[in-house]
Design a protein around this ligand. Structure first.
Ligand code: NAI
Length: 711
């Protein structure tokens, strides 16, 4: 809805659709009704358009995309056209965030005023779309073409001051917006409108257009994930502003490109991911207990045990959100080393101007390094991040249980180990929970929280709440080896290694995955994480150098190739060599390594495996369909309760391309379950010695439902 009032010959149209004043059908109709009244009232000399509550309209109503309501008249394009051609001056008064459709409205008015704290932007690219209600044609008419491309293709939010410098906003104010906007509207009443209509302005920088577009295309191709259509299509739409003879023709092209994206499937996948991300915080246990009833405990102080890779990242995430942290290590040398690393993270934040000196000091003051557990007795939460070893973790949990206040929650950052077994050594299994962070823990957005058999709703609610407080996307899952994220990683990694044994080299496998949209292939990813991590886990499971022939461990096909690398000191990027050669320890550019290729070829020869050229489609299916099959198994077992949980974990923790929706979404909606199931059965018929090819019962059932619904 939008309210209408007249104040000193200025009409005020105020959008009122909490919480973010999304431009739903009734809002668009409200704006049109207001404009009609302002046009017909001869006493009105100017119009101010604003948002009530906390923001200017912050975008389209995404729920209307699926229902078709987005195109119901008056659609946003008609509202923009009406504003642009309005016979009286219209002033946009921007506070909060004018995003997407909100910014398109602003660019259709004749003057744009904003509070200093306001932000504008076109986030459509993140939903697989482009600003399709005239945004791609208007923005390059108020700011230089190169800026318009940057803003639309990146989807970034631009602060009001920068927007003013770029020409997007005409005036920036502090204080109370509305009186200033009304005063401004009175001051411009009667001025000629023609030069203020954005549709009639020339594109800024059109003389250098071909060079600008060429550079933008190159940059976009190198930056955006493989196969993502939206960024490059955004550029094509902006190009229409330069190439089409009229504004109207440019709009037609924008509409065609918007339709292309809308029908591509990627936009639907990205919109699904958008809602999935918001839905995962609404957790529910199979028993029916849920976020609605469970109350979190307040967490103001925490202890972190282990100042290694994860402990430092976790401490940084906690102190950055104002939680006081006691950090401990097994000895002073390691503790000092950890504190030094953390200090380094903070000072690099200062260098990059993300933190002020004062903020940096404040963060360090929240950290207390300690060499014993005395100070842990009264903390609200302990997060253990020591080596991935069950006996060590049990020893620590026993000690914590005896020292900590009975109300303290004890969390483990284990990436695979059984939470119930860890909890069993304490007298408070209800207070034990898994909090699985991803590396680097202060950067990665995902937190996979794991509940055990006895974890209480209050403990779960607290773990989820802490995640929210430290700005993570928290997903709650059940307990099994590797939980959801690493459990799906298992078959993916195994198949990648089997592909090497049968004929591929690491770069061929990685290339197929990057074409699909992963930023890094599986071998590049494990080189970055450190090959020793997986090695330690396999050792813990008794797989490394275990009994039985080398290629079979625990009655399953096993590839020892990764173990060989670790045993040769090739731990990945940190040692300069892993699956690839990085030139030097800490190097980032992966180069293929003839030594690794020789090792692989010799392995195949020794074990009588005839190497063959493996087609990209087979590389793709064996890597990803094995993972998808495991995804359906975790759903079937109730480890994850919804598709969204699996999908969000893989998007945020493992780089599954967002425009491919997540493994379960991709299988269901982008390939189709009957086909996925058929291919899994095919590989199962060939690779009987790999349990991960046994088709999921749930997948089988759902595939047959999809088949019969199509008949
Ligand atoms: P790390 O080896 O970098 O750090 C472990 C630290 O724990 C070492 O500094 C070690 O000195 C310390 N430590 C060992 N025993 C201790 C004790 N009794 N008291 C205090 N400190 C002790 O290992 P990382 O990578 O940080 O892993 C820690 C945990 O996080 C493991 O359970 C791992 O599975 C898990 N994890 C690791 C991820 C990764 O990517 N590195 C990702 C997610 C979870």
């Amino acid at each position: 809805m939008a309210s209408y009032s007249v104040n000193n010959r200025v009409a005020l149209i105020s959008v009122d659709n909490p919480p973010v004043n999304a431009l739903s059908h009734h809002v668009r109709q409200g704006i049109m009704d207001g404009l009609k009244k302002a046009r017909e009232d001869s006493s009105v000399q100017a119009v101010v358009l604003c948002g009530s509550g906390r923001t200017f309209p912050a975008g389209a109503d995404i729920t209307e995309f699926a229902s078709g309501l987005a195109s119901k008249e008056p659609d946003l394009r008609l509202v923009c056209k009406t504003l642009d051609s309005f016979p009286k001056p219209v002033v946009a008064a921007i506070h909060g965030t004018a995003l997407g459709g909100g910014l398109e409205l602003c660019l259709s008015t004749h003057y744009r005023l904003a509070l200093k704290s306001a932000r504008v932007g076109f986030p459509e690219v993140h939903l697989g779309l482009l600003p399709g209600a005239t945004g791609t044609q208007r923005l390059p008419r108020v700011t230089h073409l190169a800026n318009a491309i940057d803003i639309i293709v990146s989807g970034r939010q631009v602060g009001a001051t920068e927007a003013y410098d770029l020409g997007i906003i005409d005036e920036v104010f502090g204080g109370d917006m509305l009186p200033k906007a009304l005063e401004f509207a009175q001051s411009i009443a009667g001025r000629p409108l023609a030069p203020r209509r954005v549709s009639s302005l020339p594109v800024k920088g059109r003389e250098q257009a071909s060079a600008i577009f060429e550079e933008a295309r190159q940059k976009t191709m190198s930056r955006s994930v493989g196969g993502a259509l939206a960024p490059i299509t955004c550029i094509q739409a902006i190009q229409a502003a330069v190439e089409q003879p009229t504004f109207e023709k440019g709009l037609q092209r924008e509409a065609e490109l918007m339709q292309f994206l809308g029908e591509s499937g990627q936009a639907r996948a990205q919109q699904y991911a958008f809602f999935a991300e918001r839905s995962v915080s609404k957790w529910q246990l199979p028993s029916g207990v849920s976020y609605k009833t469970a109350k979190p405990m307040p967490v103001k102080t925490a202890a972190v045990i282990g100042a290694g890779t994860m402990g430092i990242g976790i401490s940084m995430a906690l102190i950055s959100s104002g939680i006081q942290v006691f950090l401990t290590e097994q000895n002073k040398e390691y503790l000092d080393r950890g504190v030094k690393t953390l200090r380094g993270l903070i000072s690099s934040g200062v260098k990059r101007k993300r933190l002020t000196e004062v903020q940096a000091k404040g963060l360090m003051s929240l950290l207390t390094p300690v060499l014993d557990y005395k100070s842990f007795s009264h903390v609200d939460l302990v997060i253990e991040a020591v080596f991935e070893n069950m006996e060590l973790k049990k020893k620590i949990f026993r000690k914590l249980d005896s020292i900590c206040n009975p109300s303290t929650i004890l969390a483990s950052n284990t990436s695979t180990l059984n939470i119930d077994e860890i909890a069993s050594v304490t007298a408070r299994p209800d207070k034990v929970v898994g909090m699985h962070f991803f590396s680097p823990a202060h950067v990665m957005r995902l937190l996979e929280n794991i509940y055990g058999k006895k974890t209480s709703p209050e403990t779960i609610a607290t773990a989820m709440h802490v995640g929210q407080k430290i700005k993570k996307i928290s997903v709650l899952v059940g307990n099994c080896h590797g939980f959801v994220g690493n459990r799906l990683m298992g078959p993916y990694q195994k198949e990648a290694c089997f592909l090497l044994e049968e004929g591929c080299f690491p770069q061929e496998v990685d290339q197929v995955l990057k074409v699909f949209g992963f930023r890094m292939g599986i071998f590049e990813t494990t080189d970055l994480a450190g090959l020793d991590i997986g090695y330690k886990i396999r050792k813990e499971l008794g797989l490394v150098g275990g009994d039985g022939p080398e290629r079979m461990r625990m009655r399953e096909r096993y590839s020892p190739l990764a173990d060989r690398l670790v045993e040769a000191g090739r731990l990945g990027q940190k040692t300069g060599k892993g699956w690839y050669d990085y030139g030097k320890p800490g190097g980032r550019v992966s180069m293929k390594d003839p030594d690794v290729e020789d090792m692989i070829v010799n392995f195949s020869k020794k074990h009588g495996i005839k190497r063959r050229r493996i087609p990209p489609q087979e590389i793709f299916e064996r890597s990803l369909y094995s993972l998808i099959n495991e995804g359906f198994k975790v759903l079937e077992e109730g480890i994850a309760s919804r598709d969204e949980e699996v999908d969000i974990i893989w998007i945020y923790g493992y780089g599954w391309p967002r425009h491919m929706g997540g493994p379960i979404y991709y299988a269901k909606h982008m390939v189709g379950l009957p086909k996925v199931y058929e291919r899994i059965c095919y590989y199962h018929s060939i690779y009987k010695d790999s349990r991960h090819w046994v088709p999921s019962t749930l997948l089988k059932k759902m595939a047959s439902q999809q088949t019969s619904s199509k008949l």
